[in-house]
Design a protein around this ligand. Structure first.
Ligand SMILES: [Zn+2]
Ligand SMILES: [Zn+2]
Length: 739
């Protein structure tokens, strides 16, 4: 930074989708003054030899660079800001908090087509060829302009096209079109979007709220118009969704809009359907199963205000929503709200709270099993807890019991008492759900003669047996190979050891031959249509046994299920990860919540080798709340979050030495204050993954501000380390996993 203020011509400070931690200075185009380039609008510009799309984040009086080194923006894309002041402020905050380059943060907030320069207005410009244009094709004028010819031919062939269609077709269509337009060969007209100004219509009235629902709704309603954080803590089936719908109704009636965040898998169709059933208004869905074009259209509906409700997964937290009135985060404990891959790792749940605070609206976090962080926020007065402790319709809460695997005979992973209970519940005409959080046939392929175990050659992991496809697959890197016929070391026969969903399905099909079964895992359910078909088989009552992974715990309603069996809870009991206990408790309570809805009481049987384990004992005796209190006390003793703040510096390289050497240098550079402790570097718990070696260095502090000041000083130095060149590294602020 120079001490004297920069001088010279006014420049645009532009965010580009690059890993560099800065903005880039550009001059405006020849034909436009600086003032005609709105902050928040996108531009086309030259960057090295490439053409990129950037977003103007500021105007400045001059640049640190000499004027002769400044390049000009090629073209302004948006006449109005794409990102308004509030959204830009929010993105800047996220960039600072997660210590991630602003250009990549802005890119994460935009659909791909917008990052590539597609028009942002909901109004579409339609282009068509004129008679002069058609004549020009036949004659001389365009002989030396192949791009103009091609575009004109296309417009004639398709009898016109919208700017959106053109954006998908050709890279330099704008400039080409402008040249055609200047010669009078094409004309355009705009189709404006009409906004609904009238209060949106309710299709149907809501259900009558129970007293606790009413109290929760009244509390949120009283908080509208200012920032407040609410934790809606409701057991499964207690009617959280109805509270959301009433809050949204209230917000819409005030002429405002609602932003609803849902977890990655499964929930979107259901909540979306409830919203459509209730409200006669435009709803913009933003989730991972959309095509690029659908995503752009939904984003534009959000941006223009045409959509009164925006509902989406993680990245929807960045969606533009004018006159935002409330943010709702459903199943706030769900791990999918944390982006844990790639460069920009953020928590959409945490960012939702920040956004609500910046905009000045309430945020409503809902869950039957709140995250310990959220319960802590209630305990320290940062959030208000609204409880829905009872199931609607007088349905009884399911009873939980442990099955001691050491005391009972087992039939290939299923204990005798569980099989007996299944017979009874199926005999009564009910459905049974078997939860096993491991897909495939068996997690291990073993040679009993020599002890060989099929390993992944790219990871420190065993390969999983998949019978349906006759393959061995690595669940960490995706590597696949055919199932070997004999031991590659001694030729002896190989045996699958342990159980996955496929094998449990096989066992149950033998045992309950005439009872139709449906399996829910990523191998059997790959598309939204598969999921719908599987759910239909269950809800129609045709399938009576459900076998599945985590997929089964995510919000689906199975009113006929009266028995839930949890097969392999034990693997989480002794994990090195400090969040493993919390996730196990949430999984058990969530899967238990699938049982015994409507008027049928449910029963949950958990198979374990450790029936005396305090976590299981706490959960059984005192429920999720009791578990959470004990778990928070343990976190306080061990100084884990939320009693401390963490940031994890990860690196991976072609060798373990390279990955560690970078972190060792990073540690040597660091000058942490007293309150910040550095732990490591150490190899990651699975050090080799997908052929790369992983290592990590943990920064921990009870003082969030001190930690972030330290990170802000430290990170720019890391970019410059020579050891950084041979590795990939990233910083994960508030990591979900630290092992
Ligand atoms: Zn062998
Ligand atoms: Zn692997």
């Amino acid at each position: 930074m120079s001490a004297t203020p920069p001088s010279g011509p006014g420049v645009l400070r532009i965010a580009l989708d690059t890993p560099l931690r800065r903005l880039f200075d550009y001059l405006p185009p020849e034909d436009l003054p600086l003032g005609a380039m709105p902050v928040g609008a996108r531009v086309h510009l030259p960057f090295g030899r490439r053409q990129l799309v950037g977003t103007i984040l500021a105007h400045a009086a001059g640049s640190e660079l000499p004027v002769e080194r400044l390049r000009r923006v090629a073209e302004l894309i948006d006449a109005e800001p794409l990102l308004d002041d509030t959204l830009r402020g929010f993105l800047s905050w996220a960039s600072e908090y997660y210590h991630h380059p602003i250009g990549e943060v802005v890119a994460a907030a935009l659909p791909r087509l917008l990052r590539e320069g597609a028009p942002a207005l909901a109004a579409l410009t339609h282009w068509s060829a004129t008679a002069a244009g058609t004549a020009a094709l036949a004659g001389a004028p365009l002989r030396r302009a192949p791009q103009q010819r091609a575009l004109l031919q296309r417009l004639i062939a398709t009898q016109g096209a919208s700017s959106l269609d053109l954006a998908e077709g050709a890279p330099n269509w704008r400039g080409t079109l402008r040249k055609l337009s200047e010669q009078g060969f094409v004309v355009s007209h705009e189709e404006p979007v009409t906004l609904q100004d009238a209060a949106p219509l309710l299709r149907v009235q809501g259900l009558t709220l129970g007293s606790e629902q009413q109290a929760a709704f009244a509390a949120v309603r009283a908080g509208l118009g200012g920032f407040a954080s609410f934790l809606l803590d409701g057991v499964t089936g207690s009617g959280k969704t109805e509270v959301y719908l009433r809050v949204i109704e209230e917000v819409l009636a005030r002429g405002q809009r609602a932003l609803v965040l849902v977890p990655e898998i499964g929930l979107t169709p259901q909540l979306l359907q409830r919203l459509h059933e209730r409200f006669d208004t435009v709803i913009a869905p933003l989730h991972s199963q959309l095509t690029d074009r659908e995503r752009l259209l939904a984003w534009r509906d959000a941006r223009s205000g045409r959509a009164r409700i925006v509902i989406g997964t993680r990245s929807a937290v960045f969606a533009p929503v004018p006159q935002l009135g409330v943010i709702i985060v459903d199943e706030e404990h769900d791990a999918s709200f944390k982006q844990h891959e790639g460069g920009f790792r953020y928590s959409a749940r945490d960012l939702a709270i920040v956004r609500a605070q910046q905009v000045g609206v309430p945020v409503l976090l809902g869950s039957a099993t709140p995250a310990l962080e959220s319960l802590y926020n209630v305990a320290v007065g940062k959030a208000t807890r609204l409880s829905l402790p009872r199931r609607a319709g007088a349905a009884a809460t399911p009873t939980l019991a442990l099955l001691d695997l050491r005391a009972h005979a087992q039939h290939r992973g299923l204990s005798a008492p569980l099989l007996l209970a299944m017979e009874k519940h199926l005999g009564d005409g009910n459905q049974v759900l078997i939860f096993i959080n491991r897909r495939g046939y068996a997690p291990t392929l073993l040679c009993k003669a020599c002890g060989w175990i099929a390993p992944c050659t790219h990871c420190d992991a065993r390969l999983t047996v998949h019978r349906a496809s006759d393959t061995l697959a690595c669940h960490h890197c995706g590597a696949q190979q055919p199932l070997p016929t004999g031991c590659p070391r001694c030729g002896h026969e190989l045996r699958p050891v342990g159980q996955g969903t496929e094998r449990i399905e096989e066992v149950l099909r033998e045992r309950f031959a005439d009872v139709p079964l449906v399996r829910f895992d990523r191998d059997s359910v790959q598309k939204a249509a598969d999921l719908e078909a599987a759910l239909l088989r269950v809800n129609s009552g045709e399938a009576r046994i459900l076998v599945g992974t985590q997929m089964l715990t995510k919000g689906h309603h199975f009113p006929q299920v009266t028995l839930v069996g949890v097969l392999n809870a034990d693997q989480s009991l002794f994990s090195a990860d400090f969040r493993a206990a919390e996730r196990l408790a949430q999984t058990i309570i969530q899967v238990a919540g699938r049982a015994g809805r409507a008027a049928k009481p449910g029963e949950v049987l958990i198979q374990t080798d450790y029936p005396q384990h305090p976590l299981l004992q706490n959960l059984l005796a005192r429920g999720y709340d009791g578990f959470a209190q004990a778990a928070l006390a343990e976190r306080a003793d061990a100084r884990w979050p939320p009693y401390s703040r963490l940031a994890l510096l990860r690196s991976s390289g072609k060798t373990a030495q390279a990955a560690l050497a970078f972190l060792e240098q990073a540690r040597a550079q660091a000058q942490p204050p007293m309150q910040v402790k550095l732990l490591g570097p150490v190899p990651a718990s699975m050090a080799r993954r997908a052929g790369r070696h992983h290592a990590q260095l943990l920064a921990e502090s009870p003082d969030r501000a001190a930690l972030h000041r330290f990170l802000a000083d430290w990170l720019p130095q890391l970019d410059a380390l020579p050891e950084a060149r041979g590795v990939r590294w990233s910083l994960d602020v508030d990591p979900q996993e630290v092992f």
